[in-house]
Design a protein around this ligand. Structure first.
Ligand code: SF4
Length: 147
């Protein structure tokens, strides 16, 4: 199966701080499925490293007050295009990110406080019927798609 994956979870250094995080299940996933790495923030035109941003209402604001909502929405649209082109029905996206977070995101106060909600890209994919899993839910994803 073709599965979208946040590129930073495969070790690509595209996070706001210029780092990536290689998840331990990457090799197992690659041996069983086709992974399509995407970074919506880069596809939206943002640079790495970049000023951290959090969701505020329906938008996204940087720590210094810049409104980057348009870039986030563009990136989500580009990821959706790839998801549809590759026929992806599931995605593994980085938890808590203002783009990729699913179910919980930081609350816009830049204090490390979480609130219920989705990142812009995760919300877009869900709206189009693509199941979104965080990196702590890889086991559940495999159960769901291989049963
Ligand atoms: Fe990772 Fe998503 Fe942030 Fe890109 S936008 S660095 S893929 S969490």
């Amino acid at each position: 199966m073709n599965i979208l994956v946040s590129a930073c979870l495969l070790g690509v250094e595209c996070r706001y701080n210029g780092r990536g995080v290689l998840i331990p299940q990457a090799e197992e996933l690659l041996s069983r499925h086709h992974l399509i790495p995407v970074c919506p923030e880069i596809l939206g035109g943002l640079a790495t490293p970049r000023i951290p941003a959090e969701r505020v209402g329906t938008g996204v604001i940087t720590r210094d007050g810049g409104d980057v909502t348009a870039a986030y929405e563009k990136g989500a649209g580009e990821v959706l295009k790839l998801a549809q082109l590759y026929g992806c029905q599931a995605a593994i996206l980085k938890e808590r990110s203002p783009s990729c977070g699913s179910g919980q995101v930081y609350d816009g106060t830049f204090t490390g406080t979480l609130t219920e909600g989705d990142g812009v890209c995760a919300a877009c994919l869900k709206e189009h019927g693509i199941r979104v899993y965080g990196e702590s839910q890889v086991g559940r994803l495999l159960e769901d798609i291989e049963r």
